[in-house]
Design a protein around this ligand. Structure first.
Ligand SMILES: Nc1nc2c(ncn2[C@@H]2O[C@H](COP(=O)(O)OP(=O)(O)O)[C@@H](O)[C@H]2O)c(=O)[nH]1
Ligand SMILES: [Mg+2]
Ligand SMILES: [Zn+2]
Length: 223
C-alpha cells in the first residue's frame, strides 16, 4: 500500500488549525497570517499597522522565525504583547506552534492577532494556523514573475500588498504583469500598492483590515 505522508501531515494540521479557529471565534479575535519571502517588509508592515490601528483595536503579535528574537524585540518596543516562535529549522508555522503560544496572551482583551510567518513563499501557504485571512507581501525588487512561480500563496491569500513601490523605478517592476498573473490565479485577490518606507498606499490596507475586523466581530463573517 502506498502511504501519502504529506496528505496525512496536512490533515493533522488542518484539525489543529480548525480547533485554533474555533477558539479565536469564541474570543472574537481576528487572526491574520502574514507571509512573504525574507526581507519583503513583513515586520515593517506589522509595526506600521500597530501604529495606525492601536487606538482602535487591541493588538498582539506572534513572530515566527527559524531562530533568534530580533523581530519580537522590534514589536516589544511598541509595548504590544508578542510571542516569538523559533521553529528550529522548520520553514513555516503550523497549527500546533500557534496553539503553544496561547498561554502567552490574554485573549479576552484582544481584537487582532497578527502572526508573521517564516520568510518563504512556498510552504507557509500550505499550513493553516487558524487564521481568518492570509495576507501576503511581494516587494518590487523580487520581480513581477513571482505569482506565476509561486501560485499557491497567491491563490490562498485574501490580500496582496505590493511593497517597496518607492523602489519600483530602480528595479523595473512591472505592476501590470504582477496584477494580471496574480488575478489569473486568484480573481478575488485584493491588491494594494504600498511603501512601508514612505507610507504611500498604506491607508487602503488599514481601511481593509479595519472593515474585516469589524465585520468579523459583528458576526457577519466566520473564519
Ligand atoms: N525602500 C523600502 N524599504 C523597505 C520597505 N519596507 C521595508 N523595507 C526595508 O526592507 C528591509 C526588510 O524589512 P523587514 O520588515 O524586516 O522584512 P521581513 O523580513 O519581511 O520582516 C528593512 O531594511 C526595511 O527597512 C519599503 O517599502 N521601501
Ligand atoms: Mg520579519
Ligand atoms: Zn516549510
Amino acid at each position: 500500500m502506498k502511504i501519502n505522508v504529506v496528505t496525512n501531515i496536512l490533515d493533522a494540521n488542518n484539525r489543529i488549525a480548525n480547533e485554533n479557529r474555533a477558539f479565536f471565534d469564541e474570543k472574537k479575535v481576528f487572526v491574520i497570517n502574514l507571509m512573504s519571502s525574507p526581507g519583503a517588509g513583513k515586520t515593517t508592515l506589522v509595526e506600521k499597522t500597530i501604529l495606525a490601528l492601536r487606538e482602535r483595536f487591541r493588538i498582539a503579535v506572534i513572530e515566527g522565525d527559524i531562530q533568534d528574537s530580533y523581530d519580537a524585540e522590534r514589536i516589544d518596543k511598541l509595548n504590544i504583547p508578542v510571542v516569538q516562535i523559533n521553529t528550529g529549522g522548520a520553514c513555516h508555522l503550523d497549527g500546533n506552534m500557534i496553539k503553544e503560544t496561547f498561554a502567552g496572551f490574554d485573549f479576552d482583551n484582544l481584537d487582532l492577532l497578527i502572526t508573521e510567518n517564516v520568510g518563504n513563499l512556498v510552504c507557509p501557504a500550505e499550513f493553516k494556523i487558524g487564521e481568518n485571512a492570509k495576507i501576503m507581501i511581494l516587494s518590487t525588487p523580487e520581480g513581477a514573475d513571482k505569482p506565476a512561480k509561486y501560485p499557491l500563496m497567491f491563490g490562498e491569500s485574501s490580500v496582496l500588498l505590493i511593497n517597496k513601490i518607492d523602489l519600483a523605478p530602480y528595479v523595473d517592476f512591472d505592476f501590470e504583469k504582477a496584477r494580471q498573473s496574480a488575478h489569473a490565479i486568484n480573481p478575488e485577490l485584493k491588491i494594494f500598492e504600498v511603501s512601508c518606507k514612505t507610507d504611500n498606499g498604506l491607508k487602503q490596507w488599514f481601511a481593509w483590515l479595519t472593515a474585516a475586523i469589524e465585520s468579523f466581530q459583528a458576526g457577519r463573517e466566520k473564519g
